[in-house]
Design a protein. Structure first.
Length: 347
């Protein structure tokens, strides 16, 4: 398991420097909020020189792997170029006080501020680590901001409080494994990152990708959680809050997402043409089930300008190899069911 190898072979101070210089963001796709790992550019796990280490997301890391013994989509030279360019860009734009100001479109003033906080917890006794990076906002309304920020902080705390007992309960089994196999990868690791999809005077939407490595697992598991707020006053928004009572919003969401998922799926397959031909006559039962008109299928969403984005984690509508799907649903699709107040937020 690559991540446990990194943990034992890359000195902590070097790993921290590499992650900091890349802003914990993949140097190739540069999509903020994706779970990342440290990649040895020359494929030598013993070479932990800073210049040989690149931060990449799981999707881009797969592109570095040899295919068929000859073809490499992302070779050493490309990764080196991506790394150097990205580290330079991060350094140039890094704000010394760790804050991000947001332009108010109505007034042109930069009045809303995002601060980024991080918490870490590690236990050598129970073989686990937890880290989370999350935002805190300052819009100028102290009381409303306090309510929003408390909700965000409590959300992160609940994740840790939920997983800690489960991990500790498995400590004895890990010790047994280590007794039989001293070098076994028994470490559990949970990492929470975030991406702000929309932050205006009236609305805040945050995506939280969560990556989990479980002891002895073959690969990490990933899932997505989201928080949405209507601001002034601060009010959490759940899916049901967006739509008119007794509307057919689940049917509208499902019809659009099922169609979009069938359109996108062939690109995730080795033989995309063959898969497209199959889907031309047959609908995928996995998609029909995971994107059907059930409330639980659409709980993880963020608001964006012009609509909303719905996340479908691995195994919900496809295999692990297909990765996470996300579908943009424009306001025009949802307009018949949207509350008027919500439609105004998305203009």
């Amino acid at each position: 398991m690559a991540t446990h190898k990194y943990r034992t072979e890359i000195p902590e101070e070097i790993a921290a420097r590499v992650l900091f210089e890349s802003d914990r963001t993949c140097c190739v796709c540069r999509t903020r909020g994706r779970p990342v790992q440290i990649h040895h550019i020359d494929d030598d796990p013993g070479n932990s020189e800073v210049n040989n280490l690149a931060v990449v997301c799981f999707d881009c890391h797969r592109e570095t792997q040899l295919r068929g013994g000859f073809d490499r989509k992302l070779d050493v030279a490309q990764i080196q170029l991506y790394r150097r360019d990205w580290v330079r860009r991060v350094s140039e734009r890094r704000d010394t006080d760790g804050e991000l100001t947001v332009m108010d479109r109505a007034t042109g003033a930069r009045t809303r501020i995002v601060r980024y906080l991080q918490i870490e917890e590690k236990s050598d006794e129970h073989f686990y680590s937890f880290d989370a990076a999350y935002p805190q906002i300052d819009s100028g309304d102290q009381n409303a901001d306090a309510k929003t920020n408390l909700c965000i902080s409590a959300f992160i705390a609940r994740i840790l409080d939920r997983i800690r007992p489960e991990i500790i309960a498995g400590s004895a089994q890990k010790i047994e494994i280590l007794t039989a196999m001293p070098n076994a990868p028994v470490w559990d690791e949970v990492s929470v990152s975030h991406s702000i999809s929309l932050f205006t005077a009236k609305v805040l939407s945050i995506e939280f990708p969560i990556s989990t490595y479980v002891s002895m697992a073959m690969h990490p598991t990933t899932h997505t959680r989201t928080l949405n707020f209507q601001l002034q006053p601060s009010t959490p928004l759940e899916l049901v809050d967006l739509f008119k009572p007794s509307s057919n919003y689940l049917d509208l969401l499902s019809q659009h997402c099922v169609n979009e998922l069938h359109r996108e799926q062939p690109s995730r397959f080795a033989d995309s043409k063959e898969r497209a031909a199959y889907l031309a006559t047959t609908q995928d039962p996995w998609i029909l089930r995971g994107a059907g008109p059930q409330y639980a299928n659409y709980e993880h969403f963020v608001l964006v300008k012009g609509g909303m984005r719905v996340f479908f984690d691995p195994y919900q509508v496809g295999s692990y190899a297909e990765g996470r799907y996300d579908v943009f649903v424009p306001t025009r699709v949802l307009f018949p069911a949207l509350r008027d107040s919500v439609a105004a937020l998305l203009h």
